[in-house]
Design a protein. Structure first.
Length: 497
């Protein structure tokens, strides 16, 4: 999984434990483990924005010593090298070369499990976005077609896994930011039930929705990563105190008798034809595996985007109040008095999308509008959760598209925020309800861009979801396909013939 680079001819090779390669099979040059960052730079993917320590120079010992993903046949509970989406690229906080003063809970867990941190993944500013274009460090590119976005906001993580720069990565999902980029990059991702993974050390965007989760090549790898990430943490007041689970325990369970709910509101105008066809084909595969399908209804689904943009913006405006030039982060250089210092700091320090959210949030929370917007949205949020509860009374999992379209062109939606917000039509309701959801690869569109199928479970049904995903991945090979840049040069040459 780790890529090795020949220092002489810059060819890429899989780090190969079996043959213990140290020199380039082509030119004999020395191979180094300068992995993810360097490869990302070569392909101009914009996947990373900083390296935590000397992880770019992994030596022989680090590859021999720990932990390879389960797909490499080494025991569960040992996970290699998560790329961590640690901290956000807000202009004041992690302007390079600043270093986070402490580790997030998730980061500490991976450390304890022996994982190697390869770097910080690029992402939308404060996780606000669906395309990873609003980063202060520049847009991330989709490894399947570098003129396209990787999705967002955890686009650097998804692109890094898709390009095989890392076997796994973390992301956060407030309204779809794990699932949607996974769909657009052809990798697998899981947003756990709200409260299963500690938010300690994450920069808060919308606290009642934010949840961290794993992104990897397969459901099997996600299960191993979730085993590391999940668990009670007293430092997060919304962390749930539950008995530890082995999320891989049900992977091999047959799907006979599984009831899949298909919400009629999912299959509507706006869903791209190629995506609809891929989802139909995936459902047909599930039927072959023994599942039955049942139509369900989520009548308030269409309200989820407006409700989300009221609630998430309200919470963001409150969370981001702390970036005032005094307590945290960036401070403007020139100002005449305190008022001007605040104003200029916040105007210069935040990007356009973040400023838009702060203004919407401040507005919906203001005296006179609070009842009409914020309170109303809270009530509809409750209805949306209720819709899912009724749906789960007649099915075990819900399936549908993750994203209405495949990866769109860089720049194509930046001028139209509403169009951008619609990218999350299928994912946002799940966050509002606090449910677990996944996206796994389920095909390609006519242009060869990946399509994801979304699987939604009832509260704490992560093990079941992973089972449903894993069985699909045993029967299909969509998840095993990699973009050309991630394949060995000799494979690419063979394909070209
Ligand atoms: N695209 C959504 C937003 O911009 C969701 C982002 C997320 O999940 N972090 O708010």
């Amino acid at each position: 999984m780790l890529r090795m680079i020949c220092r002489s001819c810059l060819r890429l090779w899989e780090a190969d434990r079996v043959h213990n390669r140290t020199s380039c099979p082509r030119c004999g040059g020395a191979l180094t483990f300068r992995t993810a960052i360097e490869v990302g730079h070569i392909f101009k993917l914009g996947t990373f924005y900083s390296v935590p320590f000397d992880a770019t120079y992994l030596d022989e010992q680090s590859i021999e010593h720990p932990i390879q993903m389960g797909s490499y046949g080494i025991g569960p509970g040992r996970v290699l090298a998560a790329i961590v989406e640690q901290g956000h690229d807000d202009r004041g906080i992690v302007w390079p070369p600043s270093v986070a003063p402490y580790d997030a809970h998730v980061i500490a867990r991976f450390d304890q499990a022996g994982a190697v941190n390869l770097g910080k993944a690029n992402m939308d500013e404060f996780a606000m976005g669906s395309s990873s274009e609003t980063s202060w460090f520049g847009a991330v590119r989709n490894p399947w077609d570098t003129t396209r976005v990787p999705g967002g906001s955890s686009g650097g993580s998804a692109a890094a896994v898709a390009a095989r720069l890392a076997p796994g990565a973390t992301g956060t999902d407030t309204g779809g930011s794990i699932r949607q980029p996974c769909a657009m990059c052809g990798v697998s991702g899981l947003k756990p039930t709200y409260g299963v993974v500690s938010r300690y050390g994450l920069i808060a965007f919308a606290s009642s929705l934010d949840q961290a989760g794993p992104m990897a090549k397969s459901a099997h790898d996600l299960a191993l990563m979730l085993n590391v990430m999940a668990g009670f943490d007293p430092r997060d007041s919304t962390s749930l105190e539950r008995a530890a689970e082995d999320y891989a325990r049900d992977l091999e369970r047959p799907l006979r008798g599984l009831r899949i709910g298909l919400p009629k509101e999912f299959f509507v105008a706006g869903l791209h034809g190629d995506v609809a066809r891929a989802i139909d084909a995936a459902i047909a595969e599930y039927r072959r595996l023994g599942a039955t399908t049942v139509e369900v209804s989520l009548p308030n689904m269409a309200l989820s985007i407006p409700v989300y943009y009221v609630l998430a913006s309200a919470e963001a405006s409150s969370n981001l109040a702390r970036y005032d030039g005094v307590r945290y982060g960036f401070r403007t250089r020139e100002y005449a008095d305190l008022g001007e210092m605040y104003e200029r700091t916040r105007a210069e320090g935040f990007g356009a999308e973040v400023r838009r959210r702060i203004m919407i949030g401040t507005y919906v929370l203001s005296h006179g509008y609070y009842d009409a917007y914020y309170l109303k949205a809270q009530k509809i949020r409750r209805l949306i959760a209720g819709d899912f509860a009724s749906a789960f009374s007649c099915c075990d999992v819900i399936a549908g598209p993750t994203s209405p379209t495949t990866a769109f062109a860089i720049g194509s939606r930046m001028a139209d925020p509403v169009q951008m917000y619609l990218s999350d039509f299928y994912t946002i309701a799940i966050n509002l309800a606090g449910l677990p959801g996944m996206s796994i690869p389920a095909g390609f569109d006519a242009a060869g861009l990946p399509i994801g199928i979304q699987l939604i479970g009832d509260y704490f049904a992560e093990a079941r979801l992973l089972n449903v995903a894993h069985q699909f991945q045993r029967a299909t090979d969509w998840h095993a396909r990699a973009p050309a840049m991630a394949r060995e040069p000799q494979d690419r040459a063979r394909e070209a013939k």
